[in-house]
Write a protein that binds this ligand. Structure first.
Ligand code: GLA
Length: 728
């Protein structure tokens, strides 16, 4: 270990004396309404004074007393070592096996670039040459702060990063109400809520891939309350931008304060950092709202649309996906008929899902063929280009499904390259959905996976959209390529995936790419940097979807939320819901259909026509507007939400009766939000001949609609309504 105490002493002493004499250092990371305030303590350790409402003069925090006791306190990025005893953001194992790090403040810079102001704070260990750069990107208008850490090993020796959180917050409130989402396959994003008690609450995954089915790396904390409010109170929300193992911890300490740490899970990942190397953590996206959870969601959504999602500002086409309508059983004619039907319904894209590839091991069910990405000429003799061009001739875009990170044991690829499979020597390679995972930590496999995308795009000039799937997690992990550095696997896999996506985006900047992972198994802002949207859930049952979509909406905007109308009885749940209800649920996201249109009756087709047509008229509000959640399906019997266009001239309101309670509840007033109180809106229910609201077709002030004057009558289970509001 290179001991550099004299250098640090030289650096620290001028800082301490100079700043004692002059103005003390106070670092304010500010947005339009929020501020994160940091300052070095007298002994140079960086402390977090505040994250909350913006204050007029953050320099006043010079007076703030850091309340630091042995073991606990407001360290901004606490390291294992020194006086800190709680879970650290940073833990380093040095070459000599010692594990103490005591970073002190060295300097900071502030770089404004329009809406984005970047503050970088440099810390350096008091003994070694290990440095930490804390980077805070403050998005002014959105009230979002995106932060990450860069850990720089300037020491002459390699070290191991035992823990390396992206970001840390230390909050002081009377109560902390945590809201987060957990679930399962086909039941993602179920909302969980709990008041934190002393000790630690951890949200973590160790699954390697497909990490968000069971929990999502996002949360909201309502402060000083035990009630979740959409419209009032302080809320801190966060979302980690990482598609691999993650860990969010909430540790309420002896003083009742809360330490939040967010980052890559340390599980089996003592990451080696060679001399001279830098490790950059994933981004943690934070927002603060002084007006409840609704504003926190709107902040995240606005940031995501402008900065967090690849192609977040573009309108995604309505589509027909072949999966639930045809599964693996189709001919060219099946597909061209579906294209004809999609065109006549006014849909804008056809997506050919699983089942089009594999020659020696044709993919006619899910037991084989992954890895062999040549079209199955026996099944589709006319080829993919014929089908894609057919779609284009009918005025539709064309998309196609791939699952490039995976290999079936029954495939030519598995026979040719067993060394590319994630496996541990001598151990069984467990199957899941009859498939294995390819080792994306290996650059040769990254080339191969990039090649799958690239070759698929070459199948036709008319491919506009790729559905990228990832249908399993990692068991018994092991990488032939990593040899004796297995601890790199989980991190290098995700970085390998991002490398592939970077190359894809360099070559194919305009192709739409959907992120699917057996539905919502990869819903995170790390993936969304490269993908245009995600497939929210394989559960297409509208009677389940409202809960999934509500949970998703807490953190992710509607523009990325793929929502499809499917057949009844629903293939996952067996439930039967009205077609109108299915449309009204799907239209609150990116609308698609996933059924065999031929099986629709004439009456159903007419309703579908009408719903698709009207959706096209307001989808810009869904995908680009501000979301207001009016009622929660978790509190029943209504789910209600609205999107308001940025200029507040238009809005669309979705109301769903999710459960029957009693007839007197029909006619319940919904207080609309986000409208201009002084402007008059014409209110029109869509897709019906007779509205469920007496006042339908009339013109009302925003103030009246906000006061509860809007009270449509919905009382039967699965009755629903969509209203369009337009300023007159
Ligand atoms: C996953 C996806 C589905 C479908 C199938 C195909 O389950 O989530 O939408 O693409 O794979 O095998």
């Amino acid at each position: 270990m290179k001991r550099i105490l004299p250098l640090i002493a030289l650096l620290a002493i001028p800082f301490l004396t100079a700043h004692a004499a002059r103005k003390p250092v106070v670092i304010a990371v500010e947005t339009a309404h929020s501020a994160l305030v940091l300052k070095p303590s007298a002994d140079g350790q960086l402390m977090m004074c505040h994250y909350g409402a913006r204050v007029a003069d953050p320099q006043e925090f010079a007076a703030w007393n850091p309340q630091r006791r042995a073991g606990q306190g407001p360290w901004a990025y606490p390291a294992q070592g020194g006086m800190y005893m709680d879970e650290p953001a940073l833990a380093v194992r040095y070459a000599d096996s010692y594990r103490n790090t005591e970073p002190v403040y060295v300097s900071h810079t502030v770089r404004p670039q329009g809406n984005l102001v970047t503050t970088t704070v440099l810390l350096r260990d008091t003994l070694t040459a290990l440095e930490v750069r804390l980077v805070y990107d403050a998005y002014q208008a959105e009230d979002v702060i995106v932060s990450h850490a860069e850990i720089i090993n300037d020491d002459g020796q390699p070290v191991r990063l035992v823990r390396m959180a992206s970001s840390s917050m230390y909050i002081d409130a009377d109560r902390y109400l945590l809201t987060h989402c957990s679930g399962n396959w086909a039941a993602e994003m179920q909302v969980e809520r709990e008041l934190l008690t002393r000790g630690m609450k951890v949200i973590e995954t160790r699954r390697g891939t497909q990490v968000t089915h069971w929990s999502n790396p996002s949360f909201m904390l309502s402060l000083d309350t035990d009630t979740f409010s959409e419209t009032s109170g302080e809320v801190i929300a966060g979302s980690l931008a990482w598609s691999g193992n993650y860990r969010l911890s909430f540790e309420k300490d002896g003083a009742g304060r809360l330490r939040i740490l967010a980052g890559i899970s340390p599980f089996s990942s003592e990451y080696p950092l060679a001399a001279g190397e830098t490790f950059t953590t994933p981004d943690m996206v934070w927002t603060w709202s002084g007006q409840g959870a609704g504003q926190a969601s709107r902040n995240l959504h606005a940031w995501a649309r402008h900065y967090g999602i690849y192609g977040g500002a573009r309108l995604v086409p309505t589509l027909l996906n072949s999966w639930e309508g045809a599964y693996f059983t189709f001919t060219t004619k099946t597909l061209t008929d579906m294209i004809d039907d999609a065109a006549s319904l006014g849909l804008e894209m056809f997506v050919l899902d699983d089942g089009w590839f594999g020659t020696r091991y044709p993919r006619n069910n899910d037991s084989q063929g992954l890895g062999d990405w040549e079209p199955n000429a026996a099944k589709l003799p006319e080829g993919i280009d014929y089908i894609a061009s057919y779609a284009h001739q009918k005025g539709l875009k064309f998309g196609i499904w791939i699952e490039p990170e995976m290999v079936s044991p029954r495939s030519c690829l598995a026979e040719e390259h067993p060394e590319w499979v994630v496996r541990a020597p001598g151990r069984k390679i467990h199957e899941y959905r009859h498939q294995w995972v390819l080792d994306l930590a290996n650059p040769v496999v990254q080339d191969f996976v990039f090649g799958i995308f690239d070759r698929t795009m070459q199948l036709s000039r008319n491919i506009d959209y790729i559905k990228w799937d990832c249908n399993r997690t990692v068991f018994n992990f092991g990488s032939d390529y990593l040899g004796d550095a297995q601890e790199r696997f989980y991190i290098d896999y995700v970085q390998g995936l991002y490398n592939v996506m970077r190359r894809i985006r360099e070559k194919y900047p305009d192709v739409l790419v959907q992120c699917c992972s057996s539905g919502g198994g990869r819903v995170d802002y790390g993936a969304l940097r490269w993908f245009d949207e995600f497939w929210t859930s394989d559960d297409t049952d509208a009677a389940q979807r409202f809960k999934i979509q509500y949970g998703t909406s807490l953190f992710y905007p509607a523009t990325v939320m793929g929502s499809h109308v499917s057949a009844v009885p629903n293939h996952q749940t067996g439930a039967v819901t009205p077609l109108k209800f299915r449309f009204d649920i799907a239209c609150a996201g990116r609308l698609g259909m996933e059924l065999q249109p031929k099986r629709l009756t004439a009456e159903e087709r007419a309703l579908a026509d009408r719903c698709i047509q009207s959706y096209k008229g307001y989808r810009d509000i869904v995908s680009g507007g501000d979301l207001y959640r009016l009622a929660s399906p978790y509190e029943g019997p209504y789910d209600a939400l609205m999107y308001v266009a940025e200029d507040r001239s238009r809005a669309v309101v979705f109301l769903y009766c999710t459960d029957y309670t009693n007839r007197d509840i029909g006619g319940k007033p919904f207080r609309l939000q986000g409208l201009d109180p002084d402007r008059k809106y014409r209110v029109k229910e869509l897709n019906v001949d007779k509205s469920c609201w007496n006042g339908d077709g009339g013109t009302y002030s925003g103030a009246y609609l906000a006061a509860g004057g809007f009270n449509p009558v919905l009382y039967r289970t699965y009755e629903s309504a969509v209203f369009l509001l337009e300023v007159q």
